[in-house]
Write a protein that binds this ligand. Structure first.
Ligand code: IPD
Ligand code: CA
Ligand code: CA
Ligand code: CA
Length: 266
């Protein structure tokens, strides 16, 4: 698989940040941690990884704009390109010593997602995608799962953390989904949830109240692996709303239907 120059830049940045996260994961008890809000943590590890990615990407493509979780928006001279970056997706897992976390880097060109990298350093799994070029994990081509029955499907979700709100809606959605599927998972990294859908490990996934940096790279991966993603109401403004449902074509359609039910009939 030949990677474009720009994807190589993204991979190098993600791997370098991954080495920093792996070092910090080894001594997580020594990290400075602060609260952004109830149940919403940020640590030195998040900021160090973000600094590395920012430096690498800015050096390789001076002028591109940024949207990063910890820095926020950084305008560039080039208004055609924007990096969308989550330096550590799954901070809560990370701080608890749970090795399910990732780095997520997406590139937008003229408002379109064109390249994506998600890296889980603990498992050394590198997910990459380029618009029109397919999706890969460690150079193996990815394809969404082929299952078409919800009753066979394993579906990922996100559970709102303390202070997030949406709890009421979530419980209704969860009940409706639970009544239809084989199993539900909560991994704790939205980027990896979408990567797992792309890899066919999970048949579907839904979550609301996310941010663009959680899902930008994952959305391109899912699409390039032959999957579908939308908002629960079928809209395509996932990066703005932060609400997403994903799966193969059939499971995606079935989940959209299930999630739109006001309350389970069972
Ligand atoms: C979080 C993870 C988690 C999702 C949260 C996100 P963070 O990102 O993606 O899976 O449920 O809503 O905020 O804060 O660990 O980068
Ligand atoms: Ca966070
Ligand atoms: Ca995140
Ligand atoms: Ca984060």
């Amino acid at each position: 698989m030949a990677r474009s120059a720009i994807l190589n830049v993204m991979v190098q940045a993600a791997m370098k940040a991954g080495r920093s996260l792996s070092r910090d994961f080894g001594e997580v008890q020594n990290l400075q941690v602060s609260l952004k809000g109830p149940g919403d943590y940020v640590s030195q590890a998040d900021r160090k990884a973000e600094d590395i990615i920012y430096t690498e990407l800015a050096k390789a493509r001076p002028g591109y704009g940024f949207l990063m979780e910890e820095r926020g928006a950084v305008a560039g001279d080039d208004d055609q390109h924007r990096w969308i970056v989550d330096p550590l997706d799954g901070t809560t897992n990370f701080l608890h010593g749970i090795p399910i976390f990732s780095i997520s880097i997406a590139l937008e060109r003229q408002g379109q997602l064109v390249a994506a990298v998600i890296y889980n350093p603990a498992m050394d799994e590198l997910y990459t995608a380029e618009r029109g070029g397919g999706a890969f994990m460690n150079d193996r081509r990815l394809r969404v799962a082929a299952r078409t029955k919800l009753s066979d499907a394993v579906v990922g979700c996100g559970i709102p953390h303390l202070g997030r709100g949406h709890h009421g809606n979530f419980l209704v959605e969860l009940r409706n989904v639970m009544n239809e599927v084989a199993g539900v998972r909560r991994m704790g990294s939205a980027a990896l949830d979408l990567a797992y859908v792309a890899a066919g490990r999970m048949d579907g996934y839904w979550e609301t109240g996310l941010s663009a940096w959680d899902i930008a790279a994952g959305l391109l991966l899912v699409r390039e692996a032959g999957g579908f993603a939308s908002e629960p109401d079928g809209g395509q403004d996932m990066l703005d709303s932060g609400n997403v449902v994903a799966g193969n074509e059939t499971i995606h359609r079935a989940l959209v239907k299930t999630l739109s039910r006001p309350v389970s009939s069972r």
